[in-house]
Write a protein of this length. Structure first.
Length: 221
């Protein structure tokens, strides 16, 4: 297995890059998708969240009302800590399970982690950063994702800066251009990825330290 992290600001194009890499044959472990999965109705995480925050965080159909949770933790750092303490271990465990599932293969495994700069992770062979100017980020969030401009800017300002992300990047994807330009860069990225050495078959994923939770709720909380 070759194991690399993928990160970038909100709306920078991580999912688009992931899809293109999947097309090349990569296995994508999507942290956001796993957050949603571990909180599905009937899950121990959802039960714990309801016990901690009350039934107001449950929607009428029994699923997690993400907006209700976001409203609670937005102004209450202790509540955010409690939320992370419930959700993060389950997410970490599932991510590790998926890495272990691949460790005896020769696949390129991409960990798509939106807050990887904010919460660094050991044991990766490199970090891909999808980079866009803030104005492009805002424009795409408003035009394609239905965000109000003010909300887009507020979310961006709560994340690491573009400079902070670039400082620790091993491979930078410039996603300020069109999809054709992005696709051309994916070809180069893939050449780099497959040039990395294979990890040993008994590779043990390193779980980030528990107190390194996000400083602000992400879009899944
Ligand atoms: P999030 O942080 O919310 O998970 P993301 O980083 O995964 O977002 P994407 O969903 O891949 O970002 O991209 C955000 C939006 O911008 C999507 O609607 C996507 O189709 C569009 N997009 C991505 N790259 C480009 C591009 N090069 N040109 C035009 N649109 C793009």
């Amino acid at each position: 297995m070759i194991l690399v992290g993928l990160t970038g600001g909100i709306g920078s194009g991580k999912s688009t890059v992931s899809l293109l890499l999947e097309g090349k044959g990569a296995i994508i472990i999507d942290a956001d998708a796993i957050v949603r999965e571990v909180q599905l109705p009937g899950s121990p995480v959802l039960t714990e969240l309801a016990a901690k925050f009350g039934s107001e965080v449950l929607a009428a159909d029994g699923s997690l009302d993400r907006q209700a949770v976001a409203n609670i933790v937005f102004t209450d750092p202790d509540a955010l800590k409690a939320l992370n303490a419930i959700v993060h271990p389950a997410v970490g465990k599932e991510m590790n399970r998926r890495m272990i599932e691949q460790r005896t293969t020769d696949r390129v495994v991409i960990l798509d982690i939106p807050l990887l700069t904010e919460n660094p992770r050991e044991g990766l062979q490199g970090k891909i950063v999808v980079d866009v100017p803030v104005e492009v980020q805002v424009e795409r969030l408003v035009n394609f994702r239905g965000f109000a401009e003010e909300d887009a800017r507020a979310r961006i300002s709560r994340q690491a800066t573009r400079e902070q992300r670039l400082e620790t990047a091993d491979f930078v994807i410039d996603n300020s251009g069109d999809l054709e330009s992005l696709t051309a860069q994916i070809d180069k990225l893939w050449t780099w990825l497959v040039s990395l050495p294979q990890l040993p078959a008994d590779y043990e994923p390193i779980t980030p330290t528990p107190n390194a939770g996000p400083k602000s709720p992400n879009k899944n909380t």
